[in-house]
Write a protein of this length. Structure first.
Lengths: 323, 280
């Protein structure tokens, strides 16, 4: 008996998105500091929409201890640690990112506009850099986050935009500032897109005195941050016309879909990669699966669908990237 | 469980594995040995390597961080690996509740393991507390190559000594010392080790689990021109070299410094090396 097979042609949904002149194969990239060459076995070539480097500074900023990570309810407190200098990046890190074959965004950190401008100029000539992400959570000389003052946001963004032809993402912080004001300032400064938002300072203490350290401060990351990210992204997309990249507690494809639905053009994944190294790959696959299940042919039709009122059916079972 | 002599793998890349728990038995106060089926890790593992273990239950997102566990024993033929852990917090508590048949995510094997010199003339293994477990597979390899080997196991109390039957079963000379009996005091241990030197040659010392015993080992090694390798522990986050949690102190970016997960956990110390260079 012959068995006749009928082939059903299924069109793969398109995952491509654009951030200004940056063309990404899909809307998923790591958050700054949450990626390294050691992830190569799980995130092969062309798997990610873009790469984001740890925050780079002009000079060595602080002496070296390890980065302190403290678990807290629903997330992680991430402490500060010395990041790469420009030379570390160019000589050591960038060559190791080449096998991933995704546009590389360099995260810039500096205390004032002249440092940032110098960084931008120094790196603009490098062949393997596709753009910059300006880390506005970086502390200025007064100890405040650069991004906590809208005028300063505009100045810092302008300082980088003026010294480089490359696209500039401004990673905003909601610390001490209205995110809408910061967002407008970023757009006014010439940013190509806005990353919303940097994690917030938080604290964990151990009253039994048995843990070391007894009091640990750091930035709150992971699932606990996700509802904040959704609110901030939604707020920002309503006040600017440039694209928004959402970040904060994205662990699963469904989390990513939600951020896209409220208007993010792309998402960053941080803590989830610590949970499992292939988290970003599973999120990309999960977004594609969701689109297929919903009969959406292009991820761009999902972006902002909440605001357009074209969301509202019960969310079907989607794959979870972790667990 | 016997670990057969491992051939060096052609590809030493770590893998993620959803491993089935085969056993999770108490081996000491608040101390468990978890045995899992993971053929891919079992065939790759080398003595002194470790795995990152997901503590969160299936589908759970927290606790977020995987837990680093030194590999204790493994059997490539049976496709099984094991590690020994002490319940000290939320993650290890959750692990202690896992029943046979449950699935646990493993990431590994990771890191640089112990190196046995082709011209080794005698070995001394020194382990304190849980540190002893990282030395177990090394002992198997040394016994298999019939290298004269002495094992010193130290702990605070007698019931906290780990691995004694394991090493004795291999036919190795074993000395157990405890704080309780006063036998783990450094001068006592020092003279014990001098006696070991009387009966066997020694060219490599392997130490785990105690800073003070490491210092003693370094002094001893310096006096006889031997090499020391130390299994270094550190708080860990990713296990893959990008988060900086396990970076040893020093100048430079966290990613550029020596990382216990990537450049260790085993570090080799030359006889003239200052053990303080190794870190916490």
């Amino acid at each position: 008996m012959t068995f006749e097979r009928r082939t059903r042609w299924v069109v793969e949904p398109s995952l491509a998105v654009e951030l200004g002149s940056l063309k990404l194969a899909n809307p998923v990239m790591p958050a700054s500091g949450c990626f390294g060459p050691g992830l190569a076995p799980w995130l092969g070539p062309n798997r990610l929409g873009a790469l984001v480097t740890p925050t780079v500074s002009l000079r060595r900023l602080r002496p070296g201890g390890p980065r302190c990570l403290v678990e807290t309810g629903g997330g992680l407190l991430v402490g500060d640690a010395a990041g790469p200098t420009v030379d570390d990046l160019v000589d050591d890190l960038l060559p190791k990112y080449a096998p991933f074959r995704a546009p590389c965004l360099v995260s810039l950190g500096g205390g004032d506009s002249s440092e940032l401008g110098a960084l931008a100029e120094r790196l603009s000539g490098e062949r393997d850099i596709a753009g910059f992400e300006l880390n506005l959570a970086f502390r200025g000389v007064d100890g405040e986050a650069l991004g906590s003052d809208p005028d300063r946001v505009e100045r810092m963004v302008r300082a980088v935009v003026d010294r480089s032809e490359l696209p500039v993402l401004a990673k905003l912080t909601s610390e001490g500032v209205s995110i809408a004001d910061a967002a407008r300032a970023g757009e006014a400064g010439g940013a190509t897109a806005l990353t919303v938002a940097a994690s917030l300072p938080a604290l964990a203490i151990d009253v039994t005195g048995q843990q070391a350290p007894v009091a640990a401060s750091g930035y709150l990351c992971g699932p606990a941050a996700r509802p904040l990210a959704l609110a901030l992204v939604r707020r920002v997309v309503r006040v600017v016309s440039i694209p928004v990249v959402g970040v904060g507690g994205v662990s699963t494809a469904r989390d990513a879909v939600e951020l896209l639905a409220v208007g993010a053009r792309a998402v960053q994944v941080g803590t989830a990669t610590l949970v499992r190294p292939d988290a970003m790959a599973r999120i990309v696959d999960g977004i594609a699966l969701f689109l297929r299940q919903e009969g959406i042919g292009d991820v761009r039709d999902l972006i902002g669908s909440l605001e357009r009122g074209s969301i509202g059916r019960a969310t079907p079972e989607g794959p979870r990237a972790t667990g | 469980m016997n670990a057969s002599e491992l051939l060096p793998p052609a590809e030493a890349r770590p893998v993620s594995d959803r491993a089935e728990v085969l056993a999770n038995e108490e081996v000491g106060p608040l101390t468990f040995e978890m045995v899992l089926r993971s053929p891919r890790i079992a065939e790759r593992a080398q003595p002194g390597q470790f795995v990152m273990v997901t503590a969160a239950r299936d589908g759970g997102l927290t606790p977020v961080l995987p837990r680093p566990m030194a590999l204790y024993d493994w059997d490539p033929d049976a496709g099984a690996v094991s590690f020994v852990y002490r319940v000290v917090g939320e993650g290890t508590h959750l692990l202690s509740m896992r029943q046979p048949g449950a699935q646990v995510e493993l990431l590994g094997p990771l890191g640089q393991g112990f190196t046995v010199s082709p011209t080794i003339r005698g070995a001394l293994l020194i382990g304190r507390g849980l540190g002893v477990c990282s030395l177990a597979a090394l002992a198997v390899r040394l016994a298999g190559r019939q290298v004269a080997t002495h094992v010193l196991v130290s702990a605070r109390r007698h019931e906290l000594l780990l691995g004694l039957p394991f090493f004795e079963h291999l036919g190795l000379e074993v000395t157990a010392v405890t704080d309780q009996e006063g036998t783990s005091l450094l001068p006592v241990v020092g003279s014990l080790l001098e006696q070991v030197l009387d009966v066997q040659p020694l060219s490599q010392l392997f130490v785990a689990g105690s800073r003070r015993l490491l210092d003693l080992a370094v002094d001893l090694a310096a006096s006889i021109g031997a090499e020391v390798q130390v299994f270094q522990t550190a708080p860990m986050g990713c296990g893959l070299g990008y988060c900086g949690s396990c970076a040893l102190d020093g100048p430079g970016a966290v990613q550029a410094r020596r990382l216990v997960c990537r450049d260790g956990p085993v570090f080799r110390l030359r006889p003239s090396a200052d053990p303080r260079m190794v870190g916490r």
